[in-house]
Design a protein around this ligand. Sequence first.
Ligand SMILES: Cc1cc2nc3c(=O)[nH]c(=O)nc-3n(C[C@H](O)[C@H](O)[C@H](O)COP(=O)(O)OP(=O)(O)OC[C@H]3O[C@@H](n4cnc5c(N)ncnc54)[C@H](O)[C@@H]3O)c2cc1C
Length: 417
Amino acid sequence: MRFSGFRVLKEGLTGNKGWTPHWRDPDPKPEYDVVIIGGGGHGLSTAYYLAKEHGLTNIAVLEKGYIGGGNVGRNTTIVRANYFLDGNSEFYSHSLKLWEGLEQDLNYNVMHSQRGLINLFHSDGQRDAFARRGNAMINQGDDAVLLDRAGVEKILPYLDFDNGRFPIYGGLYHPRGGTARHDAVAWGYARGADQRGVDLLQNCEVTGIDIEGGVVNGVQTTRGAIRARKVAMVVAGRSSQVAAMAGMRVPVESHVLQAFVTEGLKPVIDHVISFGMGHFYISQSDKGGLVFGGDIDMYASYAARGNLPIVEHVMEAGMTLMPMIGKAKVLRSWGGIMDMTPDGSPVIDKTHIDGLYLNCGWNYGGFKAVPASGNCFAHLIAQDRYHPEATGFQLDRFRTGYGVIDEEGTGAQHNLH
Ligand SMILES: Cc1cc2nc3c(=O)[nH]c(=O)nc-3n(C[C@H](O)[C@H](O)[C@H](O)COP(=O)(O)OP(=O)(O)OC[C@H]3O[C@@H](n4cnc5c(N)ncnc54)[C@H](O)[C@@H]3O)c2cc1C
């Protein structure tokens, strides 16, 4: 089933009877070439690119819940390529290019909207840091414009520019940044993978990883044992638990991150705005809700919901930046489990066990990475060689201390990234 304007019109006129399910609901086969643990954005995109670019179709994605129920369906949907350090910057640049062709590639409307992202600065020092970051982005081939206060005022007139503590000096504008509809991304990749023969097995929790003589040969699941030549762990916030099934201790701490959405409002915020001093970011969804978030809850947890101090902090930051937000009513809030690494950058690597691969450490920025992560991880799994845009994400950097990609400059503390 292909989507097109003609198809929508035809179905609309004929009672919408021709739509079919987006993916099959198969039973597990006893054996696959590749088993991917985790049906989030990264697991699904890995399966999709394995099938599309490497011709591997005897693949299963094992998801303990339902497709899109993890972080991929819980984020604030910001997509950007404004990273500074080598290792990150070429990877996120690669990802943004994939985003720009994603809807055509998947034949699926993921509502990718390049409405522009503005990171505000509030001191001369911050302006210098953003000027440097902007130059790095331009050198990488991406786009960045340094706006002074008048430049920001022109596009975002409703901000409080003269706040006593955080007066707005200007902003770094990234016009190609924006948002995408998060669960549509999961559904689009799921559908694309399924169409190429990948089995998506929901309600299939992996409970053990079978290893013999240093070689992986399958997994134990709640739907029975499944043999596999290669196994990929792509479970975001559950990475430590799943890696422990293979006897591995990974440098990941799981922390809660919350997000909030207001009632639907008329269009008011037509960019993504990020307020570094208060750690607050906001955009408006196509349904009209203001979607916003802030920092993680700052304690390790596997609960997919947070606590009130951060709720208060995020609301305060919002009111500080744009007092008008106080009139909006918050409809819902929720949390997701973040896989935080000591340098704030991810892992896309093989492990010391033959045939076992690891993709994790997305901190709270892994949604924008979904296309490149799957693309580069599929390359690694299929060819046992690193993709040229993802050579910096090796696990060993945390053991040796060489090659850490500390984008935030906050050192080796998980909850500070
Ligand atoms: C509130 C919030 C806001 C965010 N905002 C942004 C943002 O604006 N921009 C951005 O780029 N990123 C953002 N992120 C981060 C981003 O959502 C994540 O980094 C990314 O989605 C993680 O990768 P994933 O999609 O594969 O994870 P998930 O969707 O969590 O996928 C992992 C899957 O593994 C499954 N699983 C776990 N254990 C097992 C098992 N034993 N067996 C089988 N399956 C298992 C889980 O059920 C889950 O579905 C945000 C996250 C949150 C929570």
